[in-house]
Write a protein that binds this ligand. Structure first.
Ligand SMILES: NC(=O)c1ccc[n+]([C@@H]2O[C@H](COP(=O)([O-])OP(=O)(O)OC[C@H]3O[C@@H](n4cnc5c(N)ncnc54)[C@H](OP(=O)(O)O)[C@@H]3O)[C@@H](O)[C@H]2O)c1
Length: 329
């Protein structure tokens, strides 16, 4: 089994993080974008007994058998002009936007659904953004109070989308995320296939969050009284580190050989522009507000706990077809 086909086994932990969530506080939750995070968030809510609808660009039938609680599906494809009507959104009180800016840097949700959302009796609209909006700090820490100085074009677009959302009169909460990892998003496959690269750039660190902690933190946040929720919140683990440290540990867990170490400056020219852009910025993002301010206990404080859990889940038989992951893109 590849780590992409692992079931959503950590549901119990996600549920306990949200023990304060009472289904009767919700009308219906709309998750815009049923990708890696959106699918898991929507599934977690549905399992808590909260009516949930998740959007996809391709119309699809529910994947789970009728006995398993799962989100209903909504067809939303802004590029094709396919969008729900006000009637389709009846009863929605909470929305999570996981859809990124489009190729032109615009927010397809705001463009296509902004006016419709404004007509709903929304209590909460969560928007998943990126810590890229803080730009390059040379490895220094940033938190929610830090200045936003995006250096990359896509981060400038993201900040513009954040600002466009803020200009709407909606109960908005922004979540800024570093790299999201979890089943199917680890170095294990590359190591096994011999395609992993061990790259060293002095002083360079990356930040990350396990997808189960991302979902758990969103649920934890929703269980708080609305007045206690910060308008901007970084969701990250507590351990920024180099990519050579993560790859080294993954290789140790797999008991496989590490590739030869390559100095970044020698190979940068051979990397894709996208890969190079990730290495062009260096910052440590703080999740102190999440952990100490809001009291969320990370299930995976560092990638080490996360990688171990992902690998051990790979050794167990899949038991719950209701929570199968969508295919990776
Ligand atoms: N992945 C990371 O490491 C990372 C890091 C920081 C921030 N983020 C941000 O966090 C959010 C969630 O990340 P993720 O990794 O869970 O994302 P993901 O797996 O790529 O899922 C994104 C979802 O958005 C939908 N979508 C994308 N473009 C769309 C468009 N133009 N119109 C309508 N739907 C569109 C996709 O639809 P389909 O299901 O139809 O394909 C998919 O359901 C994203 O905004 C992402 O940019 C991600």
């Amino acid at each position: 089994m590849t780590d992409q086909s692992v079931n959503f086994r950590n549901q119990a932990a996600v549920s306990s993080a949200a023990a304060g969530l009472a289904a009767d506080r919700f009308g219906r939750v709309l998750v815009l974008g049923g990708g890696y995070t959106g699918h898991r968030f929507a599934t977690a809510l549905a399992r808590l007994g909260i009516a949930t609808t998740v959007s996809h660009r391709q119309a699809r039938e529910p994947a789970q058998p009728a006995t398993a609680p799962g989100p209903s599906q909504l067809h939303f494809d802004p590029a094709q002009g396919i969008r729900p009507s006000l009637e389709d959104l009846e009863g929605i009180t909470h929305v999570l936007v996981t859809i990124p800016p489009d190729a032109a840097g615009r927010d397809p949700v705001l463009d296509q659904l902004g006016d419709l959302l404004a007509e709903l009796p929304l209590q909460w609209l969560g928007y998943l953004s990126t810590t890229g909006v803080y730009g390059d700090t040379g490895g220094a820490w940033v938190d929610e109070t830090s200045a936003t100085v995006p250096g990359l074009e896509r981060s400038r677009s993201r900040l513009a989308c954040e600002q466009a959302w803020r200009q709407r009169n909606l109960p908005l909460q922004l979540f800024r995320l570093p790299a999201i990892y979890g089943p199917g998003r680890t170095p294990f496959q590359d190591l096994r296939q011999g395609t992993a690269r061990l790259i060293h750039k002095p002083g360079q660190v990356f930040c990350r969050i396990h997808v189960d902690d991302l979902v758990g933190a969103l649920l934890h946040n929703l269980a708080l009284p609305a007045a206690s929720r910060p308008d901007t919140l970084i969701l990250a683990d507590a351990y920024p580190c180099s990519s050579s440290e993560t790859l080294g540990y993954a290789a140790q867990l797999l008991d496989c050989k590490l590739p030869v170490l390559q100095p970044y400056h020698q190979i940068a020219a051979t990397m894709s522009p996208m890969a190079r852009s990730f290495w062009s910025e260096n910052r440590r993002v703080s999740s102190t507000l999440l952990r100490q301010g809001l009291g969320y206990s990370l299930r995976y404080p560092s990638f080490r706990e996360g990688y171990r859990a992902i690998l051990s889940a790979l050794d167990q038989p899949a038991t719950d077809p209701a929570a199968l992951e969508p295919p990776m893109r």
